[in-house]
Design a protein around this ligand. Structure first.
Ligand SMILES: O=C(CO)[C@H](O)[C@H](O)COP(=O)(O)O
Length: 273
């Protein structure tokens, strides 16, 4: 019997503006990208993703009975199971039709920071495995450059015994003097990821964050680093729910990862009302 963590989608009538924005983004992205022919679907992590699952459930059992849903961690696994959708894993399904996930911030080139929920290792595997990778977020995450509003830093998953060495390298070699080990809120000691690893949050300068691919590659080269929460050149589109009930869409002009990014506004999306 699955245990509820409270992360389940509950259709509340009195959602805050931010929650409404998350739901708007999630519903619009599902309506646009989860099509009847999609059978293997990746489900990301965070507080926006329950609305993704909620919308998928409304597509009905006839469609969903032949689908398999792949989670990025404990939270999304529970969401899938509690929603009575078929659960699979990426080792059984290394090719995914569409993965939809949240983001901590998304820049003008569709690069994003992920890992606010410490799930970015599995999230990146599911993003890479997906033919189409889609982001959903509220308006606060729609930025010009990464680190603009999300100042906690780049989430970095590290093997526990190497954390002090990685921290030292980040602070003294890679130029992140305020890099810190993420501490748990309701437990003494560090946050431990679903993979048994620690998380370091490393803030970088605006200059560094303008070229997230380079900083991501430099961090990843540090021995002991498992994965970096910078997702560069991966997303095909990002949906942002706005305070006024509209949706901003940033998307590649074609499914080629070097195609220019177009920004569009959908005044009143049909789905989420
Ligand atoms: O990367 C993530 C977890 O590791 C989340 O997708 C990210 O933190 C966004 O979460 P939310 O939808 O709650 O803002």
């Amino acid at each position: 019997m699955p245990v509820s963590t409270g992360a389940l989608p509950i259709t509340a009538k009195n959602l805050s503006v931010i929650e409404q924005s998350k739901r708007l983004a999630a519903y619009t992205a599902v309506d646009k990208h989860i099509l009847p022919e999609h059978k293997i679907i990746g489900i990301g992590s965070g507080s926006t993703v329950p609305y993704v699952v909620e919308r998928i459930v409304t597509q009905g059992n006839e469609l969903n009975k032949d689908r398999v849903f792949i989670p990025t961690g404990f939270q999304s696994k529970e969401l899938i199971v509690m929603s009575k959708l078929n659960l699979g894993d990426v080792d059984q399904y290394p090719t995914i039709d569409v993965t939809i996930d949240g983001a901590d911030e998304v820049d003008t080139e569709l690069n994003c920071i992920k890992g606010g929920g410490a799930c970015h290792l599995r999230e990146k595997v599911l993003a890479e495995a997906a033919k189409t990778f889609i982001l959903v977020a509220d308006y606060r995450k729609n930025v010009e450059y990464l680190g603009q509003n999300f100042t906690a830093g780049v989430p970095i998953e590290v093997v526990p015994f190497a954390y002090a060495k990685v921290l030292q390298n980040l602070q003294h070699v890679l130029g992140s003097p305020n890099a810190t080990l993420r501490m748990a809120k309701a437990k003494a000691g560090p946050v431990v990821s679903d993979n048994g690893n620690f998380i370091i949050d490393a803030p970088f300068s605006r200059e560094d964050m303008k070229d997230p691919y380079t900083i991501m590659a430099r961090i990843k080269m540090l021995t002991g680093v498992v994965e970096v929460g910078l997702f560069c050149h991966m997303a095909e589109a990002s949906y942002f729910g706005n305070e006024d009930g509209s949706v901003t869409v940033k998307r590649r002009a074609s499914p080629n990862h070097v195609a220019p990014v177009i920004e569009e506004h959908i005044a009143s999306p049909a789905g989420p009302q």
